[in-house]
Design a protein around this ligand. Structure first.
Ligand SMILES: *Cc1c(COP(=O)(O)O)cnc(C)c1O
Length: 222
């Protein structure tokens, strides 16, 4: 199967969805989710001029992005998957943004690392809007207190992130995330994937995480 880079198509769809609700294309950041994609596909998207990518595993990102960075110095890399505390330092080194701040222990580790290094990636608190047992994230009922605790640790929180349950209408979850962000004075909303990013933009997404719609179906990990 031939691989056709779909980044411009997706960018156009983002612009159209944003314009329908009176927003600009620039108000939505497109994170091209490159996890488990062959390096040739990632390189093709880089060649097209796109620089913002998402990975869901620290190990995988560490294996491919340092090399890509030798060719492109302005790569903006986002961690969108769960983070073990013992990989937090490595994540600070690799990523400009972390979307999976999901527990007090990680917040404390981030605060300590920020103090030590004088640097902190942009942070999103992941909210488990569907209250799914197998999914990471702070429960909606505990989100306000957790965000407050993060601020007390001097962590600057950019916004909230969610991954809606696969079998439910995502708009309900996007609306809930937006409501929690608003009442906590947060502007960033990381929500929307290949199948639902237009709905997410309608409900205020500032960051959409799009993988297969750009790169094609994910192939198996090597
Ligand atoms: C894989 C992944 C995506 C992208 O999924 P697609 O359906 O391929 O667009 C978005 N967000 C997270 C957290 C992911 O793990």
């Amino acid at each position: 199967m031939e691989f056709k880079v779909g980044i411009q198509d997706i960018s156009d769809r983002i612009a159209a969805a944003a314009s329908k609700v009176g927003r600009s294309r620039e108000s939505v950041k497109l994170i091209a989710v490159s996890k488990v994609q062959p390096n040739a596909r990632v390189a093709a998207v880089l060649q097209e001029g796109h620089r913002c990518f998402g990975e869901n595993r620290v190990q995988e990102a560490a294996g491919k992005w340092p090399e890509f960075r030798e060719g492109f110095d302005d790569i903006d890399l986002h961690l969108i998957g769960p983070l073990q505390t013992n990989k937090a330092r490595q994540a600070f080194d690799l990523f400009q943004s972390i979307h999976s701040l999901d527990r007090p222990k990680l917040a404390k580790t981030f605060a300590r690392l920020a103090q030590e290094t004088g640097y902190c990636p942009e942070l999103f608190v992941q909210v488990n809007t569907g209250e799914e047992a197998q999914k990471a994230g702070i429960l909606p009922s505990e989100a306000d207190a957790f965000i407050k605790d993060c601020k007390a640790l001097d962590l600057s929180i950019t916004g909230l992130m969610c991954i809606p349950p696969v079998d439910e209408e995502p708009s309900l979850h996007f609306a809930l995330l937006s409501k929690i962000a608003k009442r906590n004075g947060l502007d960033g909303l990381s929500m929307g994937m290949s199948s639902d990013f237009e709905k997410a933009i309608r409900l205020g997404a500032t960051h959409v995480r799009v993988g297969s719609a750009i790169f094609g179906a994910r192939v198996a990990a090597p």
